[in-house]
Design a protein around this ligand. Structure first.
Ligand code: GLN
Length: 490
């Protein structure tokens, strides 16, 4: 039943509730789509039997009148989330066939609410990257192609598998994580909606750690409402994560469709960077006009430390990564390459198991944390981080949310930036500020470039004010009326 894969999550849940089809039927339809889409390389592990078991259990619960909010809805899980009894690799050789004996809190929350897992999704290795090319399973191919052909494109990263799978109708939604843009940039590159909630909204427990003070889980979906439904299930206080916020989770879907009249929207002039394609600038202007039409007041704001955000991020994130990744020593998880003695075993395991980008981050991180350089780099980056957060605090005295582009370009070709790490890092210029400040940020598709590729707009909100982002996202989604979808070639 191919039509079932075209439904939004909301429509699918309504159809399941009305018994128009069963979870087993909609799960089978998606499993077929996943199998047919192997050329995209979006899934690194398909779990069809488990999915069908979960679907049948969901149907049984529904028949007993015990349906949860996501009962029977098939979704994909980024391979950074530990899934009990299901291989979890962070797309790195060093984790090899690591199979967790526990479930991450976020996936446990989704399964508690009835979601069905189709499999594990490809991503940049340890979530380090902006193009999915650092995955040990090879890159994901963006289902979108430039009009008139051309090379295969990246779906963005690190949650490229999640974004590609959602865009290609392989799942109704997916989990993702965002340390410096990994939900929002792939969403922008694939015409999907992604939200990184406030730091602390979703538990990090059971998510393979990259940079702990920045890592945050969130959903990628095809509509703002679908993202709201998923986030409502994913979020919630968890005593097992000391940074998890002890706050209630609102019903985020209730904010979609609410009037945004009278909201003040900040436009930060510092996000108008040199060399940004004119189409992105034009889309930003269009977004401003749409929000004006919806009754918002547009205010120019200053975020003067924006230009220091990327350098600060690329010090703080590797520093934390070098510390987090120290645990992969060949003793506890996955790969072990035996050396002549313990030290050699450590060295050879890490040399073989980690990819190039991961090694680069570990080296940078160890360097900026080392005795002679700590003050000059790491401490300074922390100070910059504070300034960036203060910029936002000041802006939010005047406005309710900010509107910016999500990324400085549309999806680029696989291989285009792969040999130039700095060019790759520049992709994160509009997204890392939000992580450094711990704020919620949403990307939604708002238009296409001259080649017909989707472009995203980003909304940034006050801490714990995802609700306003869902209202604004709903308004922009309605105005943009983005119906583009990738034409099937796989
Ligand atoms: N592209 C950024 C990086 O490589 C962000 C990654 C992420 O958000 N996980 O670090």
């Amino acid at each position: 039943m191919a039509g079932l894969t075209d439904l939004t999550l909301k429509a699918a849940l309504d159809g399941l509730a009305a018994k128009a089809f069963s979870s087993e039927e909609i799960t089978r339809a998606h499993l077929e789509a996943v199998e047919a889409a192997r050329p995209l390389n979006a899934f690194v592990l398909e779990t069809p039997e488990r999915a069908l078991d979960m679907a049948r259990a969901a149907d049984a619960r529904r028949a007993r009148g015990e349906a949860g909010p996501l009962e029977g809805a098939p979704i994909g899980i980024k391979d950074l989330f530990c899934t009990e009894g299901v291989r979890t690799t962070a797309c790195s050789d060093i984790l090899a066939d690591f199979t967790p004996t526990y479930e991450s809190t976020v996936t446990a929350n989704l399964f508690r609410d009835g979601a069905v897992m189709l499999g594990k999704l490809n991503m940049d290795q340890f979530a380090m990257g902006s193009s999915n090319e650092t995955s040990s399973f090879g890159p994901v191919v963006n289902p979108w192609r430039r009009a008139g052909g051309g090379p295969d494109l990246t779906p963005g990263g690190s949650s490229g598998g999640s974004a590609a799978a959602v865009a290609a109708r392989l799942c109704l939604g997916a989990t993702a994580t965002d340390t410096g843009g990994s939900i929002r940039q792939p969403a922008a590159f694939t015409g999907t909606v992604g939200i990184k909630p406030t730091y602390g909204r979703c538990s990090r427990w059971g998510i393979v750690a990259f940079a702990s003070s920045l890592d945050q889980a969130g959903p990628i979906a095809r509509t703002v409402e679908d993202a709201a439904i998923l986030l409502t299930s994913m979020a919630g206080h968890d005593p097992r994560d000391s940074t998890s916020l002890p706050v209630e989770t609102p019903d985020f879907a209730g904010f979609v469709g609410k009037s945004v009249k009278g909201l003040r929207i900040g436009v930060p002039k510092e996000y108008r960077v040199d060399g940004m394609p004119a189409e992105i600038d034009a889309l930003w202007e269009q977004g401003i006009a749409w929000l004006k039409d919806a009754g918002c007041e547009i205010v120019e704001v200053a975020l003067p430390h924006t230009r220091y955000a990327l350098p600060a991020y690329y010090i703080v994130a590797p520093a934390e990564a070098s510390s987090n990744l120290a645990r992969y020593d060949g003793m506890r998880y996955g790969l072990r390459v035996e050396g002549a003695n313990l030290l050699e075993t450590y060295e050879q395991t890490r040399a073989r198991g980690f990819g190039e980008e991961v090694k680069r981050r570990i080296l940078i991180g160890a360097y900026v944390l080392s005795a002679g350089y700590y003050d000059a780099y790491y401490l300074k980056a922390l100070k910059v981080r504070r300034r960036i957060a203060e910029d936002f605090d000041r802006a939010f005295e005047k406005v309710d949310a900010l509107l910016t582009p999500t990324a400085p370009s549309a999806a680029f070709a696989l291989g285009e930036n792969a040999s130039d790490p700095v060019a790759m890092y520049l992709n994160d210029i509009f997204t890392v500020t939000v992580n450094l400040a711990g704020l919620p940020g949403m990307s939604l598709p708002a238009g296409v470039d001259a080649a017909g590729l989707p472009l995203g707009l980003q909304l940034i909100g006050r801490a714990l004010d995802e609700g306003t982002l869902f209202s604004l996202g709903g308004a922009l989604e309605k105005a943009a009326d983005f119906r583009g979808r990738p034409e099937r070639w796989w």
